[in-house]
Design a protein around this ligand. Structure first.
Ligand code: PMP
Length: 390
């Protein structure tokens, strides 16, 4: 019998949508030219990149000329933070939240260890939300750079970026200073209508493989291209900021993914996630009343569910679930930077015992109600079998 396979790890990556595959296949077959070439093949590829760039730009309400294509969110984050540091004429301070992805946290640690920018970590509260008052208190006249995530990849908490924006921009006015503010919107893109004009940020990171596009392609929005000095040396591609022959099929696939996310069909689907997540949670609590959902009452994406089943080990649960064809994750808090791991757990009030039992489930476009029923059945089977006495 064919084993059932249920994917509930959409925050890790998403399946590639058929319209993306179709457009990329055509590009691989027919439009293989190098966009930098003068001849016909090159020019066709260049036109396709131009059209795709406009789509990606419109996805976040900006102009094509503000989009730099990169390999992924990791590269965008690295390029921006290090690119700002490269451009500084004097030292200063850098603020990142304590729950940033390792591609921000590790760069921040590195810049701090090298004595380039002193690092201030903005704490989160016990619900996984950046503590806005504590954040405000960290700002100093020599704060030069701030990086905050839009949505946390573990809990799915949407961070209070409007408040953060106002704090930063008011502080700038009051202190007659300039602060470069970067947003890592990797996990926000599947759920939130991102508008860089309204956010008034200096830079923003996107990744295609989180929105049903291909892996190996991402973008960095830059309000002003001159704000960074690249860490890369090579050709003059992407305004000299990201040299290397453009990944034409990847860029086309990325733009198709952006269009898919904006489609009415996808947007309509989002409300289903919320209903199914509630349904799953209510039933899981019936099976195991000690279960805890972190961030439950916060402003969450419709798809994330970060929870713990005290008494169980997430590692063994993952194996047992995988044996039944169910793919979820133990929460990347377990695998990312040391700062995130310990401070995240501490801030959420996760004792080492609870930390051991966290799981992250993320729903997506191909999730069905039947999948959720099956997952509940499997959870019940596992919990009944282990029969933990609390
Ligand atoms: N930032 C966040 C918030 C993420 O969740 C991830 C991926 N888990 C990344 C950055 C890195 O993304 P990529 O795989 O595109 O490098």
């Amino acid at each position: 019998m064919k084993r059932k396979k249920i994917y509930l790890d959409y925050a890790a990556t998403t399946p590639v949508h058929p319209r993306v595959i179709k457009a990329m296949t055509k590009a691989w077959r027919k439009n293989f030219g190098n966009p930098s070439s003068q001849h016909h093949f090159g020019q066709v590829a260049q036109q396709l990149v131009d059209t795709a760039r406009l789509t990606v730009a419109e996805f976040i309400n900006t102009k094509s000329s503000n989009i730099i294509f990169t390999a992924d969110a990791t590269e965008s984050n690295n390029l921006y933070l290090q690119g700002i540091a490269n451009n500084l004429t004097s030292g200063g301070r850098l603020i990142v939240s304590q729950i940033e992805h390792s591609s921000v946290l590790k760069v921040a640690e590195k810049l701090s260890a090298a004595g380039i920018l002193a690092l201030d970590l903005a704490p989160i509260n016990d619900q996984g939300v950046i503590d806005v008052t504590k954040f405000q208190n960290l700002l100093q006249p020599d704060t030069k750079l701030i990086s905050t995530m839009y949505v946390d990849n573990e809990t799915g908490v949407i961070q209070p970026l409007v408040e953060i924006r106002d704090i930063i921009r008011n502080f700038e006015k009051e202190n007659n200073t300039k602060i470069f503010w970067h947003i890592d919107a990797t996990q926000a893109a599947p759920y939130i209508d991102i508008d860089v004009a309204k956010l008034d940020c200096d830079a923003l990171t996107l990744s295609s493989h989180k929105i049903y596009g291909p892996k190996g392609i991402g973008a960095l929005y830059l309000k002003d291209l001159k704000q960074i000095q690249s860490v890369f040396y090579g050709g003059s591609h992407e305004h000299n900021l990201r040299p290397g022959t453009l990944n034409v099929p990847g860029i086309i696939g990325f733009s198709q993914a952006c269009q898919f996310i904006k489609s009415a069909k996808y947007q309509k689907h989002l409300s289903k996630y919320v209903v199914w997540r509630e349904y799953f949670w209510t039933n899981l609590l019936n099976i195991y009343p000690a279960a805890v959902w972190y961030g439950q009452n916060q402003n969450l994406t419709p798809a994330h569910l970060f929870f713990s089943l005290p008494g169980f080990s997430s590692e063994s649960l993952l194996i047992l679930l995988d044996q039944q064809g169910i793919a979820i994750s133990a929460g990347s808090a377990c695998s990312t930077g040391a700062i995130k791991k310990s401070q995240f757990a501490e801030a959420l009030g996760l004792t080492p015992e609870k930390m051991k039992s966290v799981l992250r489930l993320t729903l997506g476009f191909y999730t069905t109600k039947k999948d959720i029923d099956y997952v509940l059945k499997v959870f019940k089977g596992i919990i009944d079998r282990v029969n933990v006495k609390l």
